[in-house]
Design a protein around this ligand. Structure first.
Ligand code: GLA
Length: 384
């Protein structure tokens, strides 16, 4: 099922290129718990959602890409060699995917493409990963490249690293490529093993509240967090050479290097080690349908992300405090942070009053309304 009206996308493709292409889609994601753990080799618990990026695509028999971003009303034409990197950021996502495929020995030829989507930008729902995954999946199919879904996710991640300046983990692209309706995915980001976990929190609803404060992970703060973690790993590895990622460390090992590392780095690493455990605890609770414990863990994540990892902002903290005061089961900032959404686990009977209260109180405080999205867990990348 497609939730977005793709008629405009189809019309645009036809009017620009005088022909019809093939349609593909790949979704954004939510993450129940496990934040900033992926690039530390820890676990995450994402699910693909009903908001997605879409593209219509057709090989054009040249060595050039003609691309159009419907929602921005912008076009871009570029070649497929390393020197041809386009100016516009949105086009870099497409270009990067092509380049990363070529680096893996499977170059694509020229094509025409129109992109559009309904994943809110900068809201922590992985619009860029959705675009990379959508383009990757489409090119893989059109040029019969035979990349698997996990390879497509890695291609998307490498695109972020090498063409967009964000040293992200694998969670977003993984979720966009592998999502399954009704299921979350518990992913071990060190081994890339994962399992589908049915998500059916009976008696609860999951709702996102978008602060409408947009983040730009390329702004550098995200990469700084990652660098902090890597410095701590380096310090710990001097004593414990088996430690390659924070996943391999524990709080006792961290304590040993307390006087050797920067205090800010120390606190960041402490959050990550605790968060990896918090996810495991939340997953065991979920297996027992114990959503009260899951909710407590979510609050723990928020507290850590806000005070220790410092990726929250006043608007997110406000919504989190409000959730707590309103008796919401669990609430926390979702995704990279610095803006975007809180994810809230709410008892069904509290849902209406909480959402109403959140909208009113938030508007009173900040002068504009938050946006509300009910979470619906859907399939990952696919042809339409
Ligand atoms: C962003 C990144 C992910 C992950 C989250 C935080 O969404 O793209 O890889 O690190 O932030 O959990």
């Amino acid at each position: 099922m497609v939730t977005m009206d793709i008629t405009k996308l189809r019309e645009k493709f036809k009017s620009l290129y005088g022909t019809e292409g093939v349609l593909y889609t790949s979704p954004g994601r939510v993450n129940i718990i496990g934040e900033h753990t992926d690039y530390n080799g820890g676990f995450v618990l994402p699910g693909a959602i009903d908001k997605a990026m879409y593209c219509e695509i057709k090989p054009n028999g040249t060595s050039k890409v003609r691309a159009f971003a419907l929602d921005l009303d912008e076009s871009c034409e570029f070649g497929l060699e390393e020197a041809d990197k386009p100016q516009q950021q949105w086009a870099c996502y497409i270009f990067g995917v092509c380049r990363e495929m070529a680096k893996r020995g499977k170059p694509v030829q020229g094509f025409d493409i129109v992109i559009s989507g309904d994943v809110p930008l900068g809201a922590g729902m992985s619009s860029s990963a959705a675009l990379e995954s959508c383009v990757g999946f489409a090119l893989n199919d059109q040029f019969d490249l035979k990349f698997g879904r996990m390879e497509l996710a890695l291609i998307g991640q490498a695109t972020e690293h090498n063409y967009c300046g964000v040293k992200c983990g694998i969670m977003d692209q993984f979720a966009s490529c592998n999502g399954k309706e009704g299921y979350l995915m518990q992913l071990d980001c060190r081994s890339l093993d994962f399992k589908y976990v049915p998500f059916n929190p009976k008696g609860y609803k999951v709702v996102l509240l978008n602060t409408c404060v947009t983040h730009n992970l390329a702004g550098g703060e995200y990469n700084l967090r990652r660098a902090s973690c890597e410095r701590v790993v380096e310090a710990i590895a001097k004593r414990h050479p088996e430690v390659k990622l924070l996943r391999d460390a524990d709080l006792a090992m961290l304590e040993e290097v307390k006087n050797e590392v920067d205090p800010v780095d120390y606190t960041r690493a402490e959050f990550v080690i605790e968060e990896i455990q918090r996810l495991l605890d939340a997953c065991s609770a979920m297996e027992k349908d114990d959503y009260e414990t899951v909710g407590k863990k979510m609050y723990g994540t928020h507290e850590g992300l806000s005070k220790k990892y410092e990726v929250s902002c006043p608007e997110l903290d406000f919504l989190n405090d409000l959730a707590k005061a309103s008796g919401v089961t669990g609430s926390r900032v979702m995704g990279g942070g610095f803006g975007g959404c809180t994810i809230n686990l709410v008892k069904a009977e509290l849902y209406d009053s909480f959402v109403k209260k959140a909208i009113e109180a938030y508007e009173k405080q900040f002068g504009f309304k938050p946006k509300v999205y009910d979470v619906v867990i859907k399939d990952g990348a696919r042809k339409l």
